[in-house]
Design a protein around this ligand. Structure first.
Ligand SMILES: [Zn+2]
Length: 383
């Protein structure tokens, strides 16, 4: 394996073997749960292509205009396409694939994707509305996604959307989704209406994640303009990767990973700017006392608490990411059906992978272990 230790002398320090915890209860501290212990008689996802990053919009949202608290509407435009329009300004085509169903499965077939982990469109995080409304929306969206998953013939699984306005309620919804709906992880904003996720108030959720072990996909979001970045679609193409790097960096520097050893995150858009700047993080930690307040080891030693999707839009960038963090830390993603998606992630992986092993790991094997998909597939068939 090529990793940063080989390349630039920084130490990654710890094992990079995926080691997801058990979903059903608190794991024993310090005990890594190996794949053999968890492997049931579920579907064999080895060698299959798994998309860990694709988005869902509940069919219930088609009636958004009937719900004033949601601040959005689905409009039919002159060309016949439906668009989601948020009161704050952001608008995008409502591709049929957002709704799950046959359109999603057909699209996966066309792109060579066997299995998808669906997460709510981040435009529907609704952290910005009244707490009770936010709790109700998350619950509705999760129940709707569970129905879509149940009718997918075993090709879709879901992650939980959480009402982060109320971290305790978010923790409860996370537990409900993992333990009752059979979801395989959670989907959380990189900030919560401008507040950073390393703040103590979010600890109830991170403790629940540490307990159950199902990972969190961190995803940037916006529904209106971001001050100073309105031009050139910089809100998305620049601020999204910036937000991801900032959130991951703050989680590292806060020392949270030393307190919660089972906490794992997937960083979308290939980790934003984080991988490229990790050497700078380490240098700052060495020369500046402020960076060491909560962290006893260099930031790069915590890279193995993160997984990175493949959405680089650039073959060399993906190749370099795999070299940096290891093929065991990169998982295929698309961001479909948004227009910023990678339309041919399998083709890119085929061009970039330098071995069958890399293709197998990045294409789906690591995701299968990380999200415990064999057990999810089994429980899905018995429900
Ligand atoms: Zn996305």
């Amino acid at each position: 394996m090529h990793n940063m230790k080989d390349r630039i002398g920084l130490s990654l320090g710890r094992s990079v073997v995926p080691s997801p915890g058990r979903w059903e209860g608190r794991r024993i501290r310090g005990q890594r749960v190996g794949p053999a212990e968890r492997r049931g008689d579920g579907l064999d996802t080895t060698g299959r292509i798994i998309d860990v990053h694709t988005h869902f919009i509940p069919p219930e949202f088609l009636n958004a205009a009937d719900h004033p608290a949601w601040g959005a509407a689905v409009e039919k435009r002159d060309d016949g396409d439906r668009w989601v329009v948020h009161d704050e300004g952001f608008a995008y085509p409502l591709d049929e694939g957002f709704l799950g169903g046959q359109a999603k499965l057909d699209d996966m077939d066309a792109r060579g994707i066997d299995f998808s982990i669906m997460s709510l469109a981040p435009t529907l995080f609704y952290y910005w509305i009244d707490t009770a409304e936010g709790v109700a929306f998350a619950r509705m969206a999760n129940d709707s996604l569970a129905q879509t998953v149940a009718s997918s013939g075993g090709r879709l699984v879901g992650t939980a959307s959480l009402p982060m306005q109320d971290p305790q309620a978010a923790a409860e919804e996370y537990r409900r989704c993992i333990q009752e709906l059979g979801f395989v992880g959670a989907h959380v904003g990189t900030t919560i209406e401008g507040e950073y996720v390393d703040r103590d108030r979010y600890l109830p959720l991170w403790e629940a994640v540490d307990d159950l072990g199902a990972p969190v996909i961190l995803h940037p979001y916006y529904i209106g303009p971001k001050v100073g970045y309105e031009d050139y679609y910089l809100t998305n193409i620049f601020v999204n990767p910036l937000d991801t790097a900032l959130a991951a960096g703050r989680l590292i520097f806060s020392g949270l990973f030393d307190r919660l050893e089972n906490l794992k995150f997937v960083l979308v858009h290939a980790g934003g700017f984080l991988p490229y700047q990790i050497g700078r993080f380490d240098h700052g930690w060495r020369v500046r006392q402020e960076s060491r307040i909560s962290l006893g080891r260099p930031p790069s030693e915590y890279l193995d608490r993160f997984y990175f999707d493949t959405i680089t839009h650039h073959d060399l960038a993906l190749k370099w990411l795999i070299d940096l963090v290891g093929s065991q830390r990169v998982v295929l993603g698309t961001d479909l059906p948004f227009d910023m998606a990678d339309p041919d992630p399998v083709g890119r992986l085929d061009r970039v992978a330098d071995s069958n092993e890399t293709r197998r790991l990045v294409g789906g094997s690591t995701a299968s272990e990380l999200f415990n998909l064999k057990e999810a597939a089994t429980s899905g068939r018995t429900r």
